[in-house]
Write a protein that binds this ligand. Structure first.
Ligand code: ZN
Length: 151
């Protein structure tokens, strides 16, 4: 990764952590789950409004480090209007991106669009759980669970 790209990625993550998008509860939600990352202390509640198999709306609340907040913020932005199957596929690619060597997950990065800013996280194993917490929580919510933990 070039320094320019790294800097751009850091800016995007900082922006989303300072001004998280879709950061609120949701009265119309028909799925929700609470996620906890004990290693870092991140907590997140993800709210989802699913109609048929389409994710109409996603929001989140919680408190955590900048990586977990930015990841939740960008996840909610990315998922609106997707089918639940597409959301699952996106999670699989995102997980691949943050756990694998980016040189081997170039396809994942290309398909993830803006979410590719988290590619650098793979160098910091502690941070992988921060970046994926919201996604694990979303998965639990979509599968009808109400709790998720990164452990
Ligand atoms: Zn964290």
């Amino acid at each position: 990764m070039t320094d320019d790209l790294r800097e751009l990625y850091q800016e995007v993550i900082l922006d989303h952590s300072k001004r998280p998008r879709n950061f609120h509860g949701m009265a119309e939600a028909n799925r929700s789950a609470v996620g906890h990352n004990p290693l870092c202390g991140d907590r997140v509640t993800v709210f989802v409004r699913v109609d048929g198999d389409v994710v109409r709306d996603v929001s989140f609340e919680g408190a955590g480090c900048s990586i977990s907040t930015a990841s939740a913020s960008m996840m909610t932005d990315a998922l609106k209007g997707k089918t639940t199957a597409e959301a699952g596929a996106l999670f699989a690619r995102f997980h691949q991106l943050v756990t694998a060597d980016p040189s081997k997950s170039a396809t994942a990065a290309a398909e993830l669009g803006k979410l590719a800013v988290f590619a650098g996280v793979h160098e910091f194993p502690m941070r992988v759980k921060c970046a994926s917490l919201a996604w694990h929580t979303l998965k639990a919510a979509l599968e009808g669970g109400d709790k998720a933990s990164t452990e």
